[in-house]
Design a protein around this ligand. Structure first.
Ligand code: NAP
Length: 281
């Protein structure tokens, strides 16, 4: 049976350490979160972020805006958090309602407060091998792989999905770890072949059970980023677990990647606080 890459226990460990480090700063790290509209999944995510930040003693500001918010109104709130000296880092929860240009909003977040790692400057620094704030989900996946002792250098990695927040930074991080990376997307001609040769497989496509477990190479590490709630309340991922018995490592859904994403957000916020409160002092 595969080894479970348990995000919950690693998250607890990381968050305990972050809470202790935060107490050494002149003032608590400040995290801002902006939510626009009523997307139920987004509501759950921002509530979890708020609960974790509060538990660690971080200063936390939550701005809830109605569905009808205009782009100009959202940009106004982004600028307010950008100028707030008590806020070290903040994020705008995605997806945004139609009519708001996501890039326009995300580009407006100062790169030094971009704890979600979505600003072009931060993604560019990662691409150059000089990471500053790395997107939280792929950063958390790297910690899970490291904790599980999954070998990366010289191995073949396949990342399915190329979004700016998951797939693309994931590929860059695996490349930095000296894996040989194939990035797949909706235009990939033979997805099955790319999966079958992967020693490390990361799936972030947002389609429930789209990748059959039977495609996975025996002994491979499988990281399932997908999260889909079924009508009966269960959460499932992008990988069909049937046939995964021969894998070497797997992330559970839930309890794998999801908690790590929040831990890395808090880690980035602490780092932003350290840079603004200590390095600048
Ligand atoms: P996204 O922006 O929608 O990107 C999806 C990517 O998957 C795109 O690059 C798309 O290709 C590719 N794709 C879609 N269908 C495909 C197919 N049949 N075959 C191959 N590639 C396909 O999604 P995202 O933001 O990266 O998120 C992906 C999933 O991860 C979602 O389920 C999301 O809920 C989940 N997620 C979980 C966490 C967590 O903390 N656990 C965090 C973030 C996201 P094209 O580029 O060609 O369109």
């Amino acid at each position: 049976m595969p080894i479970l890459l348990d995000g919950r226990s690693l998250t607890r460990e990381i968050q305990n350490a972050l809470g202790q480090e935060a107490r050494l700063l002149p003032r608590p790290p400040g995290l801002g979160v902006i939510l626009v509209g009523h997307d139920p999944a987004s509501r759950v995510y921002v509530d979890r972020k708020a609960a974790a930040a509060t538990r660690l003693g971080f200063h936390h500001v939550q701005i809830d805006l109605p569905e009808q918010t205009t782009e100009a109104e959202l940009v106004f709130e982004v600028d307010r958090l950008a100028e707030d000296p008590a806020i070290d880092g903040f994020l705008v929860q995605i997806p945004l309602p139609p009519g708001i240009r996501r890039d326009r909003v995300l580009d407006r977040i100062p790169a030094t407060k971009d704890v979600d790692g979505v600003h072009p400057e931060n993604l560019g620094l990662l691409a150059l091998g000089r990471p500053r704030f790395v997107a939280c989900t792929p950063a958390g996946i790297m910690r899970l792989l490291e904790r599980g002792g999954v070998p990366l250098a010289g191995r073949t990695a396949t990342v399915i999905g190329r979004s700016a927040i998951v797939g693309r930074p994931m590929s860059l991080l695996l490349d930095r770890a000296n894996a040989t990376v194939t990035m797949c997307h909706s235009g990939t001609a033979d997805l099955e072949a790319c999966v079958r040769r992967a020693d490390v497989l990361v799936v972030a496509i947002g389609r429930p059970h789209a990748i059959p477990g039977t495609w996975v190479k025996p002994g491979a590490a499988v990281v399932d980023v997908g999260m889909h709630r079924l009508p009966d309340g269960r959460l499932i991922g992008d990988v069909d677990p049937d046939g995964l018995d021969a894998a070497g490592w797997v992330t559970p859904v839930p309890g794998g990647v999801g908690p790590m994403t929040i831990a890395m957000l808090l880690s980035n916020t602490l780092e932003a606080a350290r840079r603004s409160q200590v390095d600048r002092a």
